[in-house]
Design a protein. Sequence first.
Lengths: 208, 208
Amino acid sequence: MDTKQRILDEALTLFSQKGYANVYVNDIAEKVGIKAPSLYKHYKNKKAIFDAIIEEMNNRFAIQAKNLNIIGNDPAADARIYESLSEEEMIKLGFDLFEYYIHDDYVKRFRKMLTIEQFHNKELADTYTKLYVDDPLLYQGLLLGQVVSSGGLSTENVDIMTLHFFAPIYMLLTMCDRNPEREPEAFKILESHIRQFNKLYSRKRKEV
Amino acid sequence: MDTKQRILDEALTLFSQKGYANVYVNDIAEKVGIKAPSLYKHYKNKKAIFDAIIEEMNNRFAIQAKNLNIIGNDPAADARIYESLSEEEMIKLGFDLFEYYIHDDYVKRFRKMLTIEQFHNKELADTYTKLYVDDPLLYQGLLLGQVVSSGGLSTENVDIMTLHFFAPIYMLLTMCDRNPEREPEAFKILESHIRQFNKLYSRKRKEV
DNA sequence: GTCTATAAGAAGATAGAC
DNA sequence: GTCTATCTTCTTATAGAC
């Protein structure tokens, strides 16, 4: 990895741990293994490093989206796989999604940075809500909607059903960002959540 | 309100907007209407102001807990009220809980500050998880458990049922902290969520 | 308890040699 | 592209008068 990219990587690590204002250009330079003034040959100033991270994330977005949405970014195609899933297979998919969110290092550091900086300006707030609320609900909603259409699950309100599926995952995810030592517990809860979700919305039951 | 208290109040407002490191003692003094050096007659240093906010929150906790747990901190007594609730009454309770979290200014500013500072050290991370994950799940779990015992709702796993009730509220809450302009939308989703939750776990349906 | 003046140090950024 | 030396500004905190 070239120096310009390594600066972004080390800066993201530090920003995600301490927040933008608590990280000094000297800290970043030290991690990269150069002196602070050398940073200015690659980026105009500290703010430009932060902006480059945000921009790079937007560039990576197309790739990330595929993994974010359980299988791919073609919900209709995904649903064809999904509708034939047993409960065990559904749990595996949930685990894979959760693992990706939690252990993909770039995704995790970026989310933590955004968590810290979300109140700094409206653009960052909107980015957070899009990436971790609206987009997951949109894509998983399309997916679950297909499963409902094909009779795998049953509900009168797919949006709320999707909220019931995703909100516990979101809550466990943000908890693990703070308390990684509770990951094993989170996985157990996640499994119980998906099992109960499945039974609650099973087509074998009366419609809600 | 005396100066010592006003310092805490203005500091909390600023910390919740910008984070600890982005707030300068001069900013706090300006808001209070005094000069920066005068702050040091009330608090040893900037850190002491932050610590005093955390400590004050712990002191207010007994009072807050009553409102946090829907009605009071006696789940058995609350459940006696709760089990006789219609769906409309349950929605009103959910709205009151949500309104409290969102519009109680002190509670909201403190939560935002903790959101920003949660990765700074383990103590703050644990405080966040206790206040906004473990405690709500504990108290609402006791409450819902009583409703299940008395036949108002039905489930095999009260903990997951409680997660299904609370996680969407938590997600909407943190979204409104970031995007207050979306509060009306959040209230509509909240209402739909509680209606669907009620139907899913109604005792009239097959047990899950 | 509040002020003005100021010390002490930290942090961002630039100049110019190599 | 990286370095050393240095500038400037910002920020915390203290001294001492009122």
